[in-house]
Design a protein around this ligand. Structure first.
Ligand code: MN
Length: 256
């Protein structure tokens, strides 16, 4: 099995090496990852400027390709150009920080997996909750085990999986829960300051003095309770419930 390994934290991130190690037992890995951190860039792509890529060595051996672009760029470039053969699996992570709830939509880690799924390749995004310092050796074991079980299911082409591990501090995960993403919005705030030149600037932040109520059967709650989570995702944004009713309407223009 040929496995493309990418992330959004950048090619030097320890989580990327951990993920490559975790999946190396399942096949041949190729790392193609952003040169610089791309957290929160979601599914952005580079098309106004050329995309530069270069080989990165570690300990005198080829480690992977660093791409001066987004996670989605990395997967596109890898599948179309850098992979000697089309990969059978795309894995993205291990992100430093969970990707749960609506953060899934901002996530570059998940976007890289979505890009793999666009190509019809099964794709898995993996993130680690980092409320305390991450324990990557432990994460390697847990992630290897979960990805092995996903592969046992023979994931269909283009299927998309979001995997989160709970915080390392809690010890071994309580278990695994398959749950939908939480749709509750945290209390987003903008911290307003004045810079030395008198201009107003803003830092986006979250007010966590009030706990956001999340659905008990959601990824956010399961992670908080010490479970690892698996969420099957899909990228078809079409509202199927509205579609038929709207198609039945007589849409019209003014008379010419
Ligand atoms: Mn990240």
């Amino acid at each position: 099995m040929r496995i493309l390994v990418t992330n959004d934290d950048g090619i030097y991130a320890p989580g990327l090496a951990a993920l490559a190690e975790a999946v190396s037992v399942f096949g041949e890995t190729l790392i193609v990852a952003p040169l610089a951190e791309q957290s929160g860039v979601s599914h952005s792509i580079t098309y106004l400027t050329p995309l530069l890529a270069r080989v990165i060595e570690r300990d005198g051996r080829v480690y992977g390709h660093a791409v001066a672009g987004s996670p989605a760029d990395c997967v596109k470039l890898a599948v179309l150009e850098l992979c000697p053969e089309r990969p059978d699996l795309v894995v993205s992570g291990i992100n430093s920080g969970s990707n749960s709830g609506i953060d899934v939509l901002y996530s570059g880690t998940v976007a890289a997996a979505i890009e793999g799924a666009f190509f019809g390749i099964p794709a898995i995004a993996v993130s680690l909750t980092t409320d305390s310092p991450p324990d990557y050796p432990k994460a390697v074991r847990l992630v290897g085990e979960l990805i092995g079980q996903i592969l046992e299911l023979q994931p269909r082409p283009g299927s998309l999986w979001n995997v989160n591990l709970p915080d390392s501090r809690a010890g071994w995960p309580v278990g695994v829960r398959v749950v939908p993403i939480s749709l509750a919005r945290d209390r987003d705030v903008m911290i307003r300051r004045i810079d030395p030149r008198g201009r107003t600037y803003y830092w986006p932040d979250v007010d966590d003095s009030v706990r956001t109520p999340h659905h008990p059967d959601s990824d956010v709650e399961a992670l908080a309770a010490g479970f690892a989570t698996i969420t099957p995702l899909q990228f078809d944004l079409t509202d199927r419930d509205m579609l038929a009713g709207l198609q039945a309407r007589n849409w019209r223009f003014p008379q010419e």
